[in-house]
Design a protein around this ligand. Structure first.
Ligand code: ATP
Ligand code: MG
Length: 208
């Protein structure tokens, strides 16, 4: 039986937006992935800084955003592991989990990153171990050049995905200033931001 093909997308997802979802969907299609696992990062030591959302809220938004898509799921491995999140640990924990969950199948792992994160990969902890564990898929992101980070060609693929000029930073700024976020994030995510007053949500008059 051929190997299962599993994608992993790590991020703070603060909040998750359509740029993340389109990138994951396109990679899943182009690489024939059976599943994409979203892994929200653990709590950063500076979490209370500049109106960031707590890990549980980021997790909940990620679950709501992906719930309807049978190709997507969310893992808590990074949220539940104390200390800063390193991709090498994410991949190791997921491998361990799948060895128990799917002992019958071998797995080919794909780690999905945007062009900004890809540019930093050489500084990531244990980059050799990451490349031993997964094939890296770098996707286009407006405002960031998609360039080969200088790693083994067989280990990195660069992929054009439909360009969505959306960032979580911009969403947080919009919420703070009362600008609309509808159609930039799934409606369930916009509802959670309003319900829990994330990002200094200032709009009292949001209609439902
Ligand atoms: P922030 O502005 O807080 O850094 P972000 O929008 O960059 O948030 P992250 O959670 O940091 O979102 O990103 C997780 C992953 O998704 C990263 O690999 C990032 O490059 C990728 N990504 C984020 N936005 C896009 C987008 N619009 N198109 C393609 N990839 C994206
Ligand atoms: Mg980012």
């Amino acid at each position: 039986m051929s190997a299962l093909r599993i994608g992993v997308m790590g991020g703070s997802f603060d909040p998750i937006h359509l740029g993340h979802l389109v990138a994951a969907s396109e990679v899943a299609h182009r690489f024939g992935l059976d599943e994409v696992i979203f892994s929200p990062t653990g709590e950063a030591y500076h979490k209370a800084e500049d109106g960031r959302a707590p890990a549980e809220a980021r997790y909940l938004m990620t679950v709501v955003a992906t719930a309807a898509d049978p190709r997507f799921r969310v893992t808590r491995v990074d949220i539940d592991r104390p200390g800063p999140t390193y991709t090498v640990d994410t991949l190791a924990d997921l491998r361990e989990q799948f060895a128990v969950e799917r002992p019958d199948r071998s797995i080919d792992w794909f780690f999905i990153t945007g062009a900004d994160a890809l540019a930093e990969i050489l500084q990531w902890r244990d980059v050799d171990a990451i490349f031993a564990a997964a094939h890296l898929v770098g996707v286009t992101r407006p405002g960031h050049a998609l360039a080969d980070p200088g790693l083994p060609q067989a280990k990195v693929s660069l992929l054009e995905v439909p360009a969505l000029s959306i960032s979580s930073t911009d969403i947080r700024t919009r919420v703070r200033s009362g600008a609309p976020i509808e159609y930039l994030v799934p409606s369930g995510v916009a509802n959670l931001i309003a319900k829990y007053q994330l990002y200094g949500h200032a709009r009292a008059d949001r209609g439902h």
